[in-house]
Design a protein around this ligand. Structure first.
Ligand code: SF4
Length: 484
């Protein structure tokens, strides 16, 4: 007999931003009427619950308590495991069940092992994939054993999928055979029996026009973005202020996951999401955006009035909390670092450092990447930031395709100069990622002296990073996925 839809999200730390957005979409769409949402942090617990060793209908987060109501014991306590015999667990799901997993390519091996552990799932349990890796390689993701792949921004497809399951006729559910499913447009579940027509976009956000405090230039009209958090489910974290990037760096998946011009969330919506999180033991508040100083501006432009309006509203909304702007999980682009931006961060935010991408000291290679800035822009940004009292963490990437020994030497020289004016260097190795223009080009060989030069700087505290582990990761990705 069909029951409420049981939705399990594998609430893995690296993917919480995307999963929080799904929780926000669940709440905004009112899916609590037809479905129970379960956030599961540990893979062992996910396997145990999906295989039927926990009664899902009594598990944590079965439904958010009404606003203002005291939490019931079932929302405070983790579920108790009560393992039944395996045969009983496999007899069939009592309710249609979705297990949603978002992941990036570096997590591929862990997710592959998780799917193997879920192979004996009850009939009626669908495994749904989303995130950067499934978006880039939908067919390969289906071949891993998923039943549904959602590509691109997944919130609307997730809502449609839950509704579709709830509306299906009673009776045993079984995942459709999907191995031959064709590639699908962004946001559309790839099950072959799903409607070939994507649902028309539905507004999911109560966005209102921005109200700049001191309009200097016109602010582009905001477009609807779904909420990025859902505190009543415990899904708290950084608020996405801008989705998408107008630049097209050859190694980056972001513009391919969110094509089209950047969308800025309205200030009212951001402030309301920050305020909603205040009562959830959150003291520090952060943002998701490819360029914090590009908020409220057209592609490649800046709009200090919009940033001022945002930071002022954020400082008011978090009342007593701390706002961090231009640091992880976001950063700032070098050409957007202006004295007025630094002054705004000093006035309204709590960070004493910023994160910025140089990527390479070679002007030739910068142009090849399509970064849209020069080395001189980075020197100017670091100098301005140092004078304003901010430490600047500068990202560099070694081993990008086409990098020559001369390019690597030039990057080392530029790095040392930047350190001389106050920068800290975050050193990376190039990691090939599917879905990017450079995929599957291998990393360029790096000169043997590179590691010695980087290791020499570590004890000074002016350089850090996992470039050696990333070099191994790059080789593993190419070996296991380049032929898929
Ligand atoms: S600017 Fe940043 S987010 Fe945009 S394409 Fe380049 S690396 Fe990606």
């Amino acid at each position: 007999m069909k029951g409420r839809v049981q939705v399990f999200l594998f609430y893995d730390k690296p993917n919480r931003g995307s999963l929080n957005a799904l929780c926000g979409a669940f709440e905004r769409a009112g899916l609590g009427e037809i479905a129970d949402l379960h956030l599961v942090r540990e893979r062992e617990e996910l396997v145990a619950r999906v295989l039927g060793v926990v009664d899902a209908t009594t598990a944590a987060f079965a439904a958010p308590p009404p606003r203002g109501a005291a939490a019931t014991p079932s929302t405070d306590q983790p579920p108790k495991l009560r393992p039944p015999p395996l045969g009983e667990a496999r007899r069939g799901a009592l309710s249609p069940t979705l297990v949603c997993i978002s992941f990036a390519t570096p997590q591929y091996w862990g997710i592959r092992d998780l799917l193997a552990a879920l192979a004996d799932r009850p009939a009626g349990t669908w495994l749904v994939a989303g995130g950067p890796h499934p978006t880039a390689m939908p067919e390969q993701t289906l071949a891993m054993g998923f039943d549904v792949v959602v590509t691109g921004a997944g919130e609307q497809a997730f809502v449609d999928l839950v509704r579709e399951m709830a509306d299906a006729s009673p009776g045993p559910w079984a995942p459709a055979a999907v191995a031959d499913a064709p590639a699908v447009p962004p946001g559309v579940p790839s099950r072959p029996d799903a409607s070939p027509e994507p649902s028309p976009p539905r507004p999911m956000s109560s966005m209102r026009p921005m109200r700049p405090i001191r309009p200097i230039r016109p602010i582009p009209p905001p477009l609807p973005l779904p909420p990025s958090v859902a505190p009543s489910f415990g899904a708290v974290g950084p608020v996405e202020i801008t989705r998408g990037c107008p630049f097209r760096c050859g190694y980056c998946q972001t513009p391919r996951i969110f094509p089209g011009p950047p969308q800025h969330r309205s200030i009212d919506d951001i402030a309301s999401q920050l305020a909603e999180q205040r009562g959830h033991r959150l003291r520090d508040f952060r943002f998701i955006t490819p360029n914090a100083f590009g908020y409220g501006a057209g592609p490649g432009k800046t709009n200090p009035a919009a940033v001022e309006a945002l930071l002022s509203a954020a400082a008011e909304a978090v009342r007593g909390g701390r706002v961090f702007f231009g640091t992880f999980p976001s950063e700032v682009r070098p050409e957007a670092v202006l004295p007025e931006m630094l002054e705004l961060v000093r006035r309204f935010a709590h960070n004493d450092n910023l994160t910025l991408g140089l990527q390479t000291g070679s002007e030739r290679l910068l142009a090849t990447i399509g970064r849209g800035h020069t080395v001189a822009d980075v020197f100017r940004a670091v100098d301005l930031s140092s004078r304003a009292g901010f430490a600047m963490n500068v990202d560099v990437i070694f081993g990008m395709p086409d990098e020559t020994e001369e390019d690597a030497d030039e990057t080392l020289r530029v790095m040392r100069e930047l350190i001389g004016i106050g920068a800290r260097i975050h050193a990376h190795s190039y990691v090939p990622l599917p879905g990017t223009p450079w995929w599957p080009r291998p990393p360029a060989p790096t000169p043997p002296r590179l590691d010695a030069a980087l290791n020499h700087l570590i004890p000074t505290g002016r350089l850090f990073g996992h470039w050696q582990a990333q070099r191994k990761l790059a080789a593993r990705i190419l070996q296991d996925l380049a032929q898929s």
